[in-house]
Design a protein around this ligand. Structure first.
Ligand code: C5P
Length: 297
């Protein structure tokens, strides 16, 4: 018997980052939007724990117990006093180390799939708890839609969204390590007062109205200067998207994927074509959001 779960990628429409905390994490005001690029995690009963992965970036995915999907299976098995005897197969479409929560998606997907396969009867709160233990972005991968994440990003408040937003994503030639980007954020901020992160009222209103122009005027990412500092060529991709008519361009999360908001699906395809022709990125995809979180298919 096997269970397959489909899990979306995310883009951060606001990522406000506070000063480093004593535990090394940063307090965030993190407005997540789930978008229609998906990984699928299939769990099948097996003799021991095994991870396999297929897809364009599959060779970059670790197949050992550092993989968030494996960690999710192990954590759930431990809580329910059983062995994590499963084969986890990841059909990967979300860019690896791209700032779109691909690893988090696999963690949330494996958790939901193992929970269904094993019939643990775990409550939603328990599952969210395990997600938060796996990583700051993992709870959102389970929940999907749109949400404000506070704390280190794991404490979620679901948000109303008044319509679909159309995006273009440009995947870069290499990945960026999230801890390295946060360290660069700290280095760039040395000697400066870092304000408390707060969600923008205007941005939440733009989401609630489904107003792409208003959202374009209010998106922000405090990690963008750090991502650009570590990966300066991203500035060329951002400029190419703006030249193609995107109302706004930004780095997605800790990057290096860049995100471009379009007014509608047709405009998104036009911007995507121009970005492909620009030669400033490895791959270009379009996707709309919000979409639901991890779902059994
Ligand atoms: O929570 P997660 O394991 O996904 O975080 C990966 C790394 O990103 C952390 O080890 C930390 O360096 C950084 N991070 C942070 N503040 C957050 C979330 C992540 O500094 N709120």
């Amino acid at each position: 018997m096997s269970v397959t779960v489909r899990v979306p990628a995310k883009v951060n429409v606001q990522l406000a980052v506070g000063a480093a905390r004593p535990d090394g994490y940063h307090d965030l005001a993190n407005v997540f939007l789930a978008v229609g690029l998906y990984d699928e995690v299939t769990v099948t009963a097996a003799d021991g724990l095994r991870v396999t992965c297929a897809g364009p970036d599959a060779e970059q995915v670790p197949l050992d117990r550092t993989n968030l999907a494996a960690r999710a299976a192990l954590l759930l098995a431990e809580r329910y006093g059983r062995d994590a005897d499963v084969h986890l197969h990841i059909a990967k479409d979300i860019p690896v180390a791209g700032g779109m929560a691909g690893g988090s998606a696999d963690g949330a997907g494996a958790l939901l799939a193992c929970d269904a396969l094993w019939g643990t009867g775990a409550s939603r709160e328990e599952l969210l708890d395990i997600c938060a233990e796996l990583g700051s972005d993992v709870p959102f991968s389970l929940v999907g839609g749109a949400a404000l994440g506070t704390g280190r990003g794991e404490r979620l408040t679901e948000l109303e969204v008044g319509g679909a937003f159309h995006w273009v994503f440009a995947m870069a030639s290499r990945g960026l390590s999230t801890p390295a980007v946060f360290r660069e954020f700290d280095r760039l901020g040395e000697g400066r007062e870092i304000p408390e992160p707060v969600a923008s009222r205007e941005l939440l209103d733009a989401l609630a109205k489904g107003d792409a122009d208003a959202l374009a005027a209010t998106v922000s990412n405090d990690l963008q200067p750090a991502a650009l500092s570590l990966f300066p060529e991203l500035a060329d991709t951002l400029a190419a998207g703006r030249a193609a008519g995107a109302p706004v361009s930004l780095v997605s999360g800790s990057g290096p994927t860049t995100a471009f908001l379009a007014r509608d699906a047709e405009a998104a395809e036009e911007i995507a074509g121009a970005l492909r022709a620009s030669g400033t990125c490895r791959m270009v995809r379009t996707a709309a959001g919000p979409v639901p979180g991890a779902t059994i298919v």
